[in-house]
Design a binder for this molecule. Structure first.
Ligand SMILES: Nc1nc2c(ncn2[C@@H]2O[C@H](COP(=O)(O)OP(=O)(O)O)[C@@H](O)[C@H]2O)c(=O)[nH]1
Ligand SMILES: [Mg+2]
Length: 276
């Protein structure tokens, strides 16, 4: 199978843990072995028991109780504690030395931006010989709110730029969009149509300086041409298969077996593979 690893990121509630269990259950059905690694100290329940769990190293409740941190500060403390004790993770990983890992991360954006926690985790995995791919989850409900969508796209871009690894953005909870999810309008969010984002953001604010800021941000997004999303509807096996095939492609899964055609979520669009 080879040493492969998916690092599943995204804002709190974006569907990271659900993504992990969906992918693991699909992998099991197709006889692939994958191990769940939990790096979220605030996690409460898992459908699959994590093989490695940060909660065995440090308890968020203990940190909050003994050091009197709030939940957010406590979580950052736990992750910094992990980095200070990274040998623990290396020892744990030793037990899965030749395996495929899927890492469920916490949602705090600062862990991907100004605190180099995830970067350190990626460096450790790479040093141990893993090919690591970043999966960034964004909730499809954000497309009804231009400013949330804007912030989501920027946070995805920030994680991509920070981590410098193969990267797939996934639009989660597509089942909640129902029929609306199949419209052309939704496609414009998956491929991030910056003109449309700008138009919608302009409807939300009449202040010139915010509009100037929006213009600058959309220019950044379109100049980088990095952000597009693969839609995930967990109720549809084909959709799960599509997401997994994009990840396989990014991680070069089974590169020594027969190469397979990458299904495309938009047959008209042939230039987005490099962007994910
Ligand atoms: N309908 C639907 N709900 C989802 C989906 N993914 C996550 N959820 C729900 O969204 C909430 C947050 O999901 P979770 O996976 O815990 O998000 P996390 O905080 O990013 O790990 C939970 O109530 C999930 O049941 C999805 O694809 N479809
Ligand atoms: Mg979670």
């Amino acid at each position: 199978m080879g040493k492969l690893c998916q690092l599943v990121m995204g804002p709190a509630g974006s569907g990271k843990s659900t993504f992990c269990s969906t992918i693991i259950s699909h992998a099991q059905a197709t006889k692939r072995s994958m191990h769940l690694v939990n790096l979220d100290p605030a996690a409460e329940h898992f459908e699959y028991k994590p093989a490695i769990d940060i909660r065995d190293l440090i308890s968020l409740d203990d940190v909050v109780e003994e050091l009197h941190y709030g939940p957010n500060g406590g979580l950052i403390y736990c992750l910094e504690f992990l980095i200070d004790n990274i040998d623990w993770l290396e020892d744990e990983l030793d037990n899965y030395a030749e395996d495929y890992l899927i890492i469920d991360c916490p949602g705090q954006i600062e862990l991907y931006t100004h605190i180099p926690v995830m970067r350190t985790v990626v460096e450790v995995l790479q040093r141990l010989g893993y090919r690591v791919g970043g999966i960034y989850c964004l909730d499809s409900q954000f497309i009804d709110d231009p400013s949330k969508f804007f912030a989501g796209v920027l946070s995805a871009m920030s994680a991509m730029v920070q981590l410098e690894i193969a990267h797939i953005n996934v639009m989660t909870k597509m089942d909640l969009l129902g029929e609306k999810g199949k419209t052309l309008e939704t496609e414009r969010f998956l491929d991030v149509d910056t003109d449309m984002m700008l138009e919608r953001a302009a409807q939300d604010t009449s202040m010139t300086r915010f509009q100037d800021l929006n213009i600058a941000m959309t220019r950044l997004i379109s100049e980088f041409n990095l952000v597009s999303f693969v839609p995930l509807d967990i109720t549809d096996e084909d959709s799960i298969e599509l997401v997994l095939s994009h990840i396989d492609h990014a991680l070069q899964y089974g590169e020594d077996v027969e190469p397979k055609e990458l299904p495309d979520h938009d047959a008209d669009d042939d230039d987005d593979d490099a962007s994910m």
